[in-house]
Ligand binder design. Sequence first.
Ligand code: GAR
Length: 201
Amino acid sequence: MKKRIAVLASGRGSNFQAVLDAIRAGTVPAACVALITDNPEAYAIERAEKAQVPVLIIDYTSFPDRAGYEQALLAAMQECSAELFVLAGYMRILGSGIVRAFPDRIMNIHPALLPSFPGLHAQRQAVLHGVKVAGCTVHFVDECLDGGPIILQACVPVMEDDDEDTLADRILEREHECYPEAIRLFCEDRLVIEGRRVRIC
Ligand code: GAR
């Protein structure tokens, strides 16, 4: 039985595309029922249109305040009736009301080996810190920024001559493998959350 998933993306949407491709290839038993974006210029919108996925634009700048935007976003998410919300480069923090409305039903991908380097510019933080290994993390979203239970991680080496862009490209290749895999496990009901730990059964 296919699960209904909705993707939230703010920009280029290459992770969104990786998920769409995995669904089309039959490796992820899901139907993507919506793309929600805060950015009317996001390239992810073109990807959604090509795949005939309905697009909901919740443009942050069109609301008088954060509360109005959050209310509209919550309503859009409820309207999707999705079993899973997939944050794929969604660059706004979800308010606690939204996180609480969908417990253990929102996933995020972050371009670092959490709990190292949460927040913005994770790849830059990794290069500046001088770590030798970097990577990506797929995790459930809770009220703590980039802090929810970890589902999957993948690592890549950091090369002597890396800058944030070359490292980001290397990590992105692993993101495109990890995210569909984590979503597949969710759709197959194989993720069991036990406190901070996610058991894959
Ligand atoms: C990805 O690297 C993703 O991990 C990152 O934004 C990029 C989006 O790329 N997300 C974050 O930094 C969230 N904190 P994409 O639009 O091509 O998928």
